[in-house]
Structure formats: C-alpha cells, structure tokens
Design a protein around this ligand. Sequence first.
Ligand code: ADP
Ligand code: MG
Length: 475
Amino acid sequence: MTTTASSVWGECLSFIEDNIKPQAYKTWFEPIKPIKLSGEALTIQVPSKFFYEWLEEHYIKLLRVALVKQLGEDAKLIYDVRMENNYSSSKPHTVKIPSSNRNPLNPQGVTVPLDFNKRELRNPFIIPGIQKVKIESQLNPNYNFDSFIEGDSNRLARSAGMAVANKPGGTSFNPLLIYGGVGLGKTHLAHAIGVQIKDKYPDKTVLYISSEKFTQQFIDSVKGNTRNDFIHFYQMVDVLLIDDVQFLSGKTGTQDVFFHIFNHLHQNGKQVILTSDKAPVDMQDIEQRLLSRFKWGLSAELQVPDYETRVSILQNKLYRDGVEMPEEIIEYIAKHIKSNVRELEGVLISMIAQASFNRKEFTLSLTKQIVDKFVKNTKREVSIDYIQKIVSKYFELDVATLQSKTRKRHIVQARQLAMYFAKRMTKASLASIGSQIGKRDHATVLHACKTVDNLTETDKQFRKYVDDITQKLTF
Ligand code: ADP
Ligand code: MG
C-alpha cells in the first residue's frame, strides 16, 4: 500500500477518535483536510487561525503520538491555515499566524514545528552561577491587559493587577490573590500581570507556574534528593505567579515548602500573585499559617461578567480575529452563555469552524444548535462539593456528617453515593475524590462505586435514591 497524506491522516484519525470524546472529535478533527505528505512532513488544512491555536493548545500531545506512530520520531506537522471566508468575501485567503511564538510564514500557510515542550519548564533546578540565570517566564503573550476586557465583574481585580504590574513588590497588594469560578479569567489576568511586568521591567525574573506542576516538581525533588535546589530556584525569582492554589489542598509537604518560599520572597520585597477558585475563607485543607499569609495582601474576586461585558468580550475576540458576525447573533450568544467566559469563546470558535468548512452562513439556527450543545455540556459539569451538598440535602444530613468517620449505615450509604456520583460526573481521580469526601483513600472510593453498582441492581429503594439524585444533579 502506498502511503499518502490521506492514508496517513486516516490512520491518525482512527487513533485520535479512540482517545477523545465524540463531540470533540467531530468539532476539531472532522473538519481537517490532509493536503500533502512529503517525507515525514504531513500538511493538514485547518479552517481558521483559532482552529489551529485550539489544536496546538489542546491536542498537540495527542497529535504527536498519532503522527509518530505513522511517520516515526521525526514526524512533522504543517498547518495550512486557509479560511474559505464565504460570509464576507468570496475568495479564499490565508490567515497569517501572529509571529510571536511561531516560525516564519510561507505564502501558503505556516509551518509550525512540533515543539511539545515549549510550555514546560525545561530545567527547574538550574543552580545560579555568578551571572544571573535566565529563567523562562512561561507566560503567554496573548494573555495581556489589552485583551482582558474590563467590566464591573472584574474591575477591582483588574486594577489591582495593573497596580501590581506597575510596581511589583511595591504595593500593599502582596500577595495578590485573584479568585473566582471556572473560566472567569484568573489565568488570563495572572499572565497579563506577568506580561506587563516583563514589558516594563525586562530584567526582572518572572515565573508563572500552575500549582499542579509546582507540586509535581516538589515531589520529584524529594525523590531526587534535590529539595534544597528546588527551594533555591523558586527563591531566586522576582515575581512568582502561582495558578490554582486550591490544588495545594491536603498536600502538606508542598504547602510547607511553599510557605518557606513565600516567606523568603515576601521578606525580600518580591511579588507573589496567586489564583484560586475559592476565597481564602472557603479554602479547605490549607494550613492556617499559609491561609493567613494569603490574607496579608489583597484578595480580589472575578465575578461572572454581566451581559454588556459578555458582549464586549465577544466583540473584542471577533475583532482581533478579523471575523464579522451579525449583531443579533452576538447578542444571542451573550444572552445564553452566562457563567463562563471560556464557553463564550468556545461557542465562537465552534461557530467559525462550522461556518467556514461547511460553507454555512452565521445563522441564528446554527448559533442555537451550537449554544444548545454548550449549555447541555455545562449542565453535566458538576463539582464534587456540589455533589456532596445535593446528596447530604437529599438525606437530610449536613456535609460534615457525610464526611465523618461514622459507620452508621445510612450515612455510609450517603457517602458512598456521593463518591459514586463524583466518579460518574466529574473527571476527578479516585484518589482526589477520596481526599475531598472525608479524606478517604482511592480503594474506599472504588469500593463505594462497586457497592452502589451492586445495590442499584438488587435493591429497589436504593435504585430510587440513585434516580432521584441523578435528577437533582442534572436538572
Ligand atoms: P480561569 O483561569 O479563571 O478558569 P481563564 O483565565 O483560563 O479562566 O479564562 C478563560 C478564557 O476566557 C480565556 O481564553 C480568557 O482569555 C478569556 N477571558 C476571561 N475573562 C476575560 C475578559 N475579561 N476579557 C477577555 N477574555 C477573557
Ligand atoms: Mg485557570
């Protein structure tokens, strides 16, 4: 059999299809067209710049595995970003990719190296010599203040962020803690502060890191006996941005090391910026001494944006990407997607993808279809906290009782149900479910899931519990 672009891509697709959700596959992979194969380089055509960015952001690892399987270690992927822009003009054109982090353009499109490690910290344990060591900031230049739309929902956090960016370490906002729900711009704002500091003070060492990665590095350092190097590395930075500190919950070792790093930075007038999905008062399983440090500076909330802000965010995004969309469609999206900016953007991206490849106009009915899908998906996304609340309420318990060590049968059952629903309705691991539901281990959660499965089949009353709670959690 001869290998062609289509045959290689076909193989890649069947691998990819097995590894992601059908909806994601449909949206992000079906529209791609294989164009050319030369040596180890496969060229694929994608309908828009967003599309390409989205693939790079979310699926690059998967793409790599798929391609390497087909073409070997030297596999290369070339994106041809050609948008057949049938709603504003009739001739096809090539969209240029911003050059910030990309290779030179060629007239047909753009070649992007498969640079999988670009967001990784290459070596977090560089020992400083006489010269100042250069640490890569890990910042995304697109997440800046210009692209962060101001509204009532974020005014305080945004201006505090600006103040900190203009005078890192020199305001009373140290640490600055930005908190708020999923997709409301915490990560964006944290990057914006970092980007602005780098802009204003190129010599300052700025470092952005997620709490998860920080934790992983710490664990590795303990294993490798390099704990001091780890601490030393973090104590060298001028501005430390730590994203999603709620993930430090229950991780006492990591909290302890962070406490020391924090104190060192703070005493030396260095700036610390934290984000979290909860206000400090609501954080669980974070040591008191660390929480009290978090409260030293300013905690600023990112709230759900109001309608006007949602419209501005959409308009701004469209403007930046050079896409025109009728006013009534923008309004429809802003009216229906209310609680999450990431979803607002998701709807736009899907619309642009659909419209450009299926040669559809941006119609209200297309919009409705896409918005519907998003709204449905959102409904299914529940948190473990929420599940515990609903289950406790259903059995007329409080959450503390649900989590307690008691062996009383009805409480054990309630707890097992909470674990079962957490497994079914969230992406959390067994271990993480256990730690959030009364600090149990993963084996307990697994046992709970099996018990619930069995009881559902054998016990009518129990089956009703499961049905009732399912109802409550999904509607
Ligand atoms: P979080 O970290 O709170 O979950 P993100 O910072 O990842 O949320 O934001 C989700 C998406 O929404 C990002 O693409 C971000 O650029 C965008 N976004 C959030 N808030 C705003 C805003 N005020 N203006 C423009 N874009 C925003
Ligand atoms: Mg985030």
